[in-house]
Design a protein around this ligand. Structure first.
Ligand code: FAD
Length: 308
């Protein structure tokens, strides 16, 4: 049996992850670790035996945790990692800060990070996933990211070190992002808040924002670029090829492709992770059969299926 290091934070054994993900599914993690602060996280990782796998998670808005759970120490940052500071046009936020809070606080100070307002994740997840919408991406505004390595060392990374791509970036194996600094254009606070209100309204009109989902299920087929700029062609939308394959509204157990937006996979109440992933795989198959396009998952799927 592995003996885990002593911590000032919270360490829970065999902890279900379903209430920590937006889709409300998933089996237990071997351990869930919520560090008290940076030093606590550093000490824990320094002393943690090398063969123990760690999995940093944000607020689980882009995750399907499989029903058998995760053979890992899941690290979830909370208080102690959610500060937000604005200095001129630079905004530094802890990895546990919610994107929406960062956008609002930046807007109050006249800094435009409005694109983060409608993304329901945390800053750690935003950097890792190069989150973006309405033509702006995390990669466009990130100046610096700070991580704690698997060995417990604090290191600052430049944007180039992260190799940003469409909905993806690279972090050293086992690294936990602890904060990020962004620089946004200046804007009038009232105008920025008004824009965010309009964006929230647009989401509610076009997406199943009241349902349990993990956002877009598949990447748009043509989405290779990370920047949302001229070379970033998203002509071929995932929802369109899913519609063409007749899969809007398709169901499996408690999982459904949302009738409102066919690229949103939703938990209608009692879905298991297997229902959700299984339905996603059926959609991929049907889309391939009808259009020859292989859809790539945008939602990350982690952990083990339930044993038969
Ligand atoms: C309704 C809805 C709408 C959405 N709309 C959008 C959208 O418009 N644009 C968009 O880009 N995304 C969207 N998403 C997806 C999701 O919100 C983003 O991908 C978000 O950035 C994920 O953040 P998270 O904190 O939830 O990360 P999680 O889902 O918890 O984790 C995602 C990945 O990030 C890693 N990670 C998280 N925190 C850390 C950390 N501190 N250190 C290292 N790695 C970490 C995890 O290991 C995992 O690999 C949407 C989701 C929902 C539910």
């Amino acid at each position: 049996m592995t003996v885990l290091p002593v911590t000032r934070g919270k360490l829970s054994e065999n902890r279900s992850l379903s209430d920590l993900t937006w889709l409300r599914v998933g089996g237990p993690a071997d351990y869930l670790f919520q560090p008290a602060d940076i030093e606590d996280l550093q000490g824990f990782l320094r002393e943690l035996p090398d063969d123990v796998v760690i999995f940093p998670m944000g607020v689980g808005s882009n995750l399907i945790v499989r029903d058998g759970g995760l053979r890992a120490v899941v690290i979830r940052l909370g208080r102690g990692f959610n500060g937000i500071e604005v200095e001129g046009t630079k905004v530094t936020a802890g990895a546990a800060a919610l994107d929406a809070h960062v956008a609002r606080k930046a807007a109050d100070a006249g800094v435009d990070l409005t694109f983060l307002r409608t993304i329901p994740g945390s800053i750690g997840g935003a950097v890792r996933m190069n989150a973006g919408c309405y033509g702006s991406y995390t990669a466009d505004v990130l100046k610096k990211a700070t991580i704690v390595t698997r060995q417990g060392e604090v290191i600052e990374l430049d944007p180039e070190d992260l190799n940003f791509r469409y909905r993806q970036s690279d972090l050293p194996d086992g690294a936990v992002l602890i904060s990020a600094t962004f620089e946004g254009p200046k804007g009038d606070p009232d105008a920025l808040h008004a824009r965010m209100t309009a964006q929230l309204q647009k989401r509610d009109e076009t997406q199943p924002t009241k349902d349990r989902s993990a956002g877009s299920t598949f990447r748009n087929p043509a989405g290779f670029s990370s920047t949302g700029k001229a070379d970033d062609v998203h002509d071929l939308k995932a929802w369109k090829v899913i519609d063409d394959a007749g899969m809007r509204g398709a169901k499996k157990g408690g999982a459904q492709m949302s009738p409102k937006h066919s690229n949103f996979l939703i938990n209608t109440g009692e879905a298991t992770a297997a229902d959700l992933e299984g339905l996603g795989e059926e959609v991929r198959k049907k889309v391939y059969e009808t259009s020859g396009i292989t859809l790539e998952w945008e939602i990350m799927r982690v952990g083990d299926p339930l044993k038969e």
